[in-house]
Design a protein around this ligand. Structure first.
Ligand code: UGA
Length: 437
């Protein structure tokens, strides 16, 4: 018998998971409390930018296996229910807001059929899964709950979901593991590593992985600060240490640091949870990781002042990039927009370009100027900032851009542009963590 799957919450994670589960051959229904989101997905349009997802969504809808509904009862005959709702940072502290995970659990608990399995995918503080399982069993004893954290990266969401580098399942008994083995049979046949854990370990794997990634980025940004002070070059340093396979060369790109809807809030929620557990000393260092990350944004603004003038009033600044990273239209906690807004607040006129994220950026920062043409964005600019490393910015001809700006000064906040090429075209070129020569 083929399992029937439901996906509760069809945001970034849920929409991708629903389309990918359908691609694996399951009958899938996605539900969400936002009717506009459901209508859009049912019509084959994803309400955000993610390479390859729209095509996959449309081809899966055409098979008839995948459907979307704003009526929760559509899930009642499913065997496995994936909870994919958001866990944002609370407004008044560091912790994660668990409102949506518990409200969705309480909504589905009374209506799911006996023998069905609820699987949490959202990123939650350790201890949440056990609490949810207890609540679920109190309402519907003939069901169960497992945890299956998600490691997908924006920009690679489809690839990461269909071909994950590992699958982690938090279970309390072998029966639930067996159901999850059926769900992921195709990945298991491809020898994807399968890690079986208890519920708290499965929850911790996710937050510790993100904490480690954040630490790696802040480590190299701390080295960037040292390089600036000592006259070194962080890009050469990163390359050199990365040859050691124990260190590895990925996630060592120094610049304006990490942002997005995951790394910053997961780091803070982890700190908050460690305090509740009485183990806050163990994660004290993550506060520094967060500070180093935010300091990278300040250092960028200091560089602007150094290269332009202490007083930014009346200066015209062009910003290339608004998304928190390339191949995404996500601007949540985007370092690029944070820097742009701070420069604007200091009196400069800031115009931002981005190939995909302008409309999201406009909603969050309506006071900034936006342009959908690079040429128009940089026109008469006193300084250009490269803040999100989209491929199209690496393809810019610095000679051509030189003729448009008022002053040819480029600051590369992502260490992604070819410094020699820009300098050869007559630009004054600066980057975080690199000495001036
Ligand atoms: C991150 C994790 O990489 C995923 O494994 C995880 O599943 C996801 O969070 C999540 O929790 O859902 P994502 O937020 O898509 O994925 O973005 P990353 O690729 O991790 O990049 C995060 C930020 O770090 C970006 O702002 C990026 O520009 C920055 N970054 C990344 C650097 O500054 N330097 C680097 O070397 C790498």
């Amino acid at each position: 018998m083929t399992l029937k799957i439901s996906v509760i919450g069809t945001g970034y994670l849920g929409a991708t998971h629903a389309a990918c589960m359908s691609h694996l051959g399951f009958e899938v229904v996605g539900v969400d409390i936002d009717p506009a989101k459901i209508a859009s997905l049912a019509a084959g349009t994803i309400p955000f930018y993610e390479p390859g997802l729209q095509e996959l969504l449309q081809s899966e809808l055409a098979t008839g296996r995948l459907s979307f509904s704003s009526d929760l009862s559509a899930i009642s005959d499913c065997d496995v229910h994936f909870i994919c709702v958001g866990t944002p940072q609370v407004a008044d502290g560091l912790a994660a807001d668990l409102t949506y995970v518990f409200s969705s659990l309480n909504a589905i608990a009374p209506i799911i059929k006996p023998g069905s399995l609820v699987v949490g995918k959202s990123t939650v503080p350790v201890g949440t899964a056990a609490k949810m399982r207890e609540q679920l069993l109190a309402i519907n004893p003939d069901t169960d709950l497992a945890w299956n954290p998600e490691f997908l990266r924006e920009g690679f969401a489809v690839e990461d979901t269909l071909k994950p580098n590992r699958l982690v399942v938090g279970v309390t008994n072998s029966k639930t593991e067996e159901i999850l083995r059926q769900v992921y049979a195709k990945n298991l046949a491809e020898e994807t590593p399968w890690v079986v854990a208890d519920l708290p370990t499965a929850e911790l794997v996710k937050v510790s992985a993100n904490a480690f990634l954040a630490t790696k980025i802040s480590f190299i940004n701390a080295m960037a600060e040292i390089c600036e002070a000592a006259g070194g070059d962080v890009t050469v340093l990163a390359k050199a240490i990365g040859y050691d396979p124990r260190i590895g060369n990925r996630f060592l790109q120094a610049g304006i640091g990490f942002g997005g809807g995951c790394l910053p809030k997961d780091l803070r929620a982890f700190i908050a949870r460690s305090k509740e557990l009485g183990a806050d000393q163990a994660l004290e260092f993550l506060r520094d990781i967060d500070s180093i990350n935010l300091r990278a944004r300040t250092r960028m603004i200091e560089l602007v002042r150094k290269d332009l003038s202490e007083d930014l009033r009346g200066k015209k600044i062009a910003v290339l990039g608004a998304a928190f990273k390339p191949d995404s239209d996500d601007v949540r906690d985007s370092p690029a927009l944070d820097i742009s807004a701070q420069i604007q607040a200091a009196g400069a006129t800031v115009t931002v370009h981005d190939p995909k994220a302008i409309s999201n950026a406009q909603k969050r920062f309506p006071a900034l100027n936006y342009s959908d043409s690079i040429e128009e964005c940089v026109k008469e600019a006193d300084l250009v900032l490269h803040l999100t490393e989209w491929k199209l910015y690496r393809e810019i001809d610095p000679v051509q851009l030189h003729s448009l700006v008022a002053q040819p000064i480029m600051i590369d906040g992502r260490n992604a542009l070819d410094r020699d090429k820009w300098r050869a075209a007559g630009w004054k070129f600066r980057a975080l963590g690199r000495s001036e020569n």
